[in-house]
Design a protein around this ligand. Sequence first.
Ligand code: NAP
Ligand code: COA
Length: 268
Amino acid sequence: MSTFAKGVLKGKNAFIAGGSSGINLGIAHGLGEAGARLFIISRKAEKVDAAVAELRAVGYEAAGAAADVRDYPAVEQALRSAHETHGAIDIVISGAAGNFMAPAIGMSPNAFRTVVDIDLIGTFHVLRASYEFLRKPGASVISITAGQAVHPSLFQSHVCAAKAGINMLTKCLAMEWGAAGVRVNAISPGPIAETEGMSRLTPTPESVAALKRTIPLGDYGTKRDIADLSVFLSSDSARYITGAIYDCDGGSSLSRGAIVEAPTLPPR
Ligand code: NAP
Ligand code: COA
């Protein structure tokens, strides 16, 4: 973490949905290192307990609860617990998601609905239920979207539809909540190393190598890359930023799957 980030979130309280693994747990580490108190939720109590123990072991103030983002009363209860534990919530991260590769004709209506329910309706639940517990003015809300929101992708119709909804929800709530001093933004990670998402989308060494050839910066990103952007967007340095969707993707959204080659100059 840069010196800029050290302590910039001291005294702030963060709520991280889907915070028990992967990118969102990486964000929790970044926010914790920047000084925030942490409250995480996800479906599985054992994953939440393990993540809370991991965060405490490195010295952060952390708590959590098991809650499924598809269950609005459970999300509301978790936010109430976070509020009772730490006080008014300054930072919300909504990152719970589900993904699998399947063509539309290989998906039951329930399969499509499941991803939309977790990603899009779940994000609405987290944001809607958080409003009453947010510090106003001053709170920052960040949803985790993906490039599929704007780039149609084979065998990802459910994710494309759900993440596109998250992008629009981000902009709509930024308009509605600005007057209360609440900023609403989203981060769109590119391919991030050592995550469940990428192990589902590129399961073989060949598919990893092929994807890397399409990334202008030439490699996968790290959880730390997304954590650092989350810290910045949650900090007072981003006080005039709302309704923005930040690509943090090594340029992947520019090449959109085309192979990127370094330019070669003709001999003089
Ligand atoms: P991950 O480790 O599987 O993270 C998903 C998290 O959400 C887990 O903590 C999971 O824990 C939780 N979760 C799943 N369903 C839930 C539900 N119904 N209610 C509450 N929590 C739930 O995957 P990841 O790859 O790090 O992805 C994290 C986020 O980044 C997602 O929003 C994903 O779309 C986005 N993203 C990832 C990449 C990438 O390169 N991996 C790229 C672009 C965007 P439980 O199993 O305990 O519920
Ligand atoms: N292809 C087609 N359909 C699939 C599928 C696949 N690979 N995987 C699951 N489904 C279908 C199921 O068959 C079911 O439909 P049905 O009831 O008509 O049979 C529906 O999706 C729901 O599956 P279920 O396993 O009951 O859902 P769940 O709520 O327990 O789990 C998932 C949600 C499917 C998204 C699961 O993969 C998950 O828990 N993911 C979280 C981790 C993750 O995806 N991380 C990456 C984030 S980017």
